[in-house]
Design a protein around this ligand. Structure first.
Ligand SMILES: Nc1ncnc2c1ncn2[C@@H]1O[C@H](COP(=O)(O)OP(=O)(O)OP(=O)(O)O)[C@@H](O)[C@H]1O
Ligand SMILES: [Mg+2]
Length: 280
């Protein structure tokens, strides 16, 4: 949940979560909501139980049943902690290795999302209570991940191999996930905030990413329309949690707010160019 994950501190952010068992594991970096409370124990990950456990775990069980290998499996779950399979590789947490900044890596994120959406398409979300709804115009019946950002994607050998952290998954759409991913993996940021080889290549990489999405023209145009809505929806979660006193989100927002504002303005300024690319 971030513009770019800057918080790698293993400090705990909430005393209420302090009873998540460490079980001899070590904290993993990349989390904000559960900062310091996600630990690796052997080939498993122990983390605070998904807030909408019944729904989230039903989705993960479905993904396993249809043979989708790009998500963790639930091994055990109690009221406080859940144990998931550890996905070998590295989530895209700073410092970014060069091999996750390539165009091939970007295309692999689109491929992973396509495979996830195909696997989730046969899951029926009815009868479950889901987290914060995405705006109605971006709900098609598909359960989307809704938090596709670098620290929630595991890469191996320069390719995106798995989505993790399904805590925000719920009824949404492929368009919604591709909009989030475009913002943060292309990335669609002000040039001043891109310090690596992706600088100055946003429009070119956006074209590549949309082409790899496999979405039809109308849906590609909807991705452009969703960029600002997705930005606002995502950062409302961050700012609301920060205002409610969540230290992880407060630190995170302090670190990224200026760049997030510049990113939003960049997307506004470039709407026409982005739409032209989506329409072509
Ligand atoms: N199943 C897994 N396999 C491999 N690594 C994992 C797994 N689950 C979590 N991680 C690592 O732990 C980090 C934090 O986990 P997670 O995303 O669950 O935390 P979070 O605080 O809920 O995140 P967010 O701030 O996105 O809500 C990830 O960025 C990743 O580096
Ligand atoms: Mg996460």
């Amino acid at each position: 949940m971030a513009l770019s994950p800057t918080q790698n501190s293993p400090e705990t952010c909430s005393a209420a979560l302090a009873d998540v068992p460490r079980q001899g594991g070590f904290p993993l970096s990349g989390g904000t909501a559960n900062r310091g409370h996600v630990v690796r124990v052997g080939d498993t990950v122990v983390r605070p139980t998904a807030p909408f456990k019944a729904a989230t775990h039903a989705l993960l069980a479905h993904l396993e049943a249809v043979g989708f290998d790009g998500a963790p499996r639930v091994l055990a779950a109690g009221p406080v902690a859940e144990r998931l399979t550890y996905i070998a590789g590295r989530a895209m947490v700073p410092p970014f290795p060069d091999d996750v900044l390539t165009d091939e890596a970007l295309v692999s994120v689109a491929d992973l999302l396509r495979r996830y959406h195909a696997a989730a398409a046969s899951f029926d979300p009815a009868g479950y209570t889901w987290p914060r709804p995405v705006p109605a115009r971006y709900r098609t019946g598909l359960v989307s991940h809704n938090d596709v950002y670098p620290a929630n994607v595991v890469f191996r050998d320069g390719r995106a191999v798995a989505l993790i952290d399904f805590d925000l998954a719920g009824p949404g759409s492929a368009v919604w996930d591709f909009a989030a991913a475009a913002r943060l993996f292309v990335p669609l940021l002000d040039e001043a905030d891109v310090a690596d080889g992706r600088r100055g290549r946003a429009l070119e990489r956006f074209r590549l990413f949309l082409a790899a999405s496999g979405l039809p023209r109308d849906a590609r145009l909807s991705v452009v329309a969703a960029l600002l809505d997705n930005h606002d929806w995502t950062y409302a979660i961050v700012t609301e949690a920060a205002a409610a006193g969540h230290a992880g989100f407060a630190d995170h927002w302090r670190a990224i707010a200026p760049a997030a504002g510049r990113a939003r303005r960049w997307c506004e300024r470039n709407q026409r160019a982005l739409r032209r690319i989506a329409a072509s």
